[in-house]
Design a protein around this ligand. Sequence first.
Ligand SMILES: *[C@@H]1O[C@H](CO)[C@@H](O)[C@H](O)[C@H]1NC(C)=O
Ligand SMILES: *[C@@H]1O[C@H](CO)[C@@H](O)[C@H](O)[C@H]1NC(C)=O
Length: 406
Amino acid sequence: MMIIVFIFGLLTSSISAQLTHGQTRVLYETFDGPSLNTTIWNNGYPWGSYYNHRANTTPRQAKITPDGFLNITAMKERTITLGLMTEYGPIDLDYTSGAINSNGKFCMKNGFIDISLRTPQSGSTWPSVFLVPEDGGQVPMLTVMEVFNSRTRYSYGFKYTNDKNEVEEISFVADNIQTSDGIHRYGLDWGYDQITWYYDDKWVNTQTKSDELRQVDNMCLVISLGVGGKSKETPIAPQDYPSVMSVDLLEIWQPKYDGFYKFQNVQTGLLLEINSATHNWGEQVLQWHDNGGDWQIWHVQYAGHGQYRLIVAHSRLGLDSDNWGTDDGTKLIQWPYHSGNNQLWKIQVVDENTPDIVQLINVHTLTNSDAGKMISVPANDVSAGVQLHLWRDLNSNLQKWKMIRL
Ligand SMILES: *[C@@H]1O[C@H](CO)[C@@H](O)[C@H](O)[C@H]1NC(C)=O
Ligand SMILES: *[C@@H]1O[C@H](CO)[C@@H](O)[C@H](O)[C@H]1NC(C)=O
């Protein structure tokens, strides 16, 4: 197995308003009980009651408490007489702890997970939250958070199969944080292109992994408190046990849009299309009368981090701002998709009462110009056949599009 490790400092700028952009909340789990909600959760790991650490898990160690927590307690007690060979060496299962998983009950292809929890103080425990494929083993794996040894850092990453058919892992460490002094929030967001991690509402890291994310499909959540394992550098002090991990809240959001759409300009009534239905790289994006062509149909896919990509159905090329332009008047074209920010879009609802009317804001312009620029019909020529361009927000209907789901 190949492991690539990076160390990251945490940035301090907050982007909390952006966290769930373009998504809808589908789960709000407060762990209020009276008992674990078995519509969502199973006990143990998806593959059984133990994994690569020293504790066997039992349902009684993962309890909903009267004060509204999921408290998972690790204790010095043997509940299984099995030795185990793991990636961290031979392990005796001489402790008992808890884990829960959503296998077969709540699994997701992409979206945003935000979980609030407090890790136990003992450095010999190994709390973690991760996702694995439904019914299908341990690769690919998306790690929301895991803490081993020190409580002032946490680790996160992505494990996948590389093009040589080897298991490869990217793994990162966020330093200078506290995980056991109270409840903290850990976020993970992913789509077809990007994985983004957050801590306490702040951006931590984004990785673009378009090829590897193709392996990611129905992913189910695991919340676990291990003993030893990756935390094996810290000697286990029996007086530290029982040791409790507390989970307070879990929110899951999923992309609002996924599938094939037409985009109709609110003022002109014309559709976003590719000139003459060509497959040429660099061909113009126009507005034209609805004629039912595939070159007027857009595949809208969640790229990750609140952004979408728009792939035109006939050529499978991406909607692209010409030459990474950021000025007002930058032309729109189709171009082979490369997951660059000039091909990523925020889909912004203008008024919650008309959720199908949106603005399409180019991501590259959001940080590289004085204002975010959006797909606009030029005000000086609104005729059928005019090439569309980017322009700053004028609150004009020429910049608003009705999304028609097919
Ligand atoms: C259990 O979870 C399901 C799915 O989220 C929810 O509809 C139901 O109300 C929950 N049950 C309780 C007792 O909270
Ligand atoms: C569960 O954990 C919370 C937060 O760590 C703690 O305040 C509470 O006492 C625990 N509840 C029980 C019943 O152990």
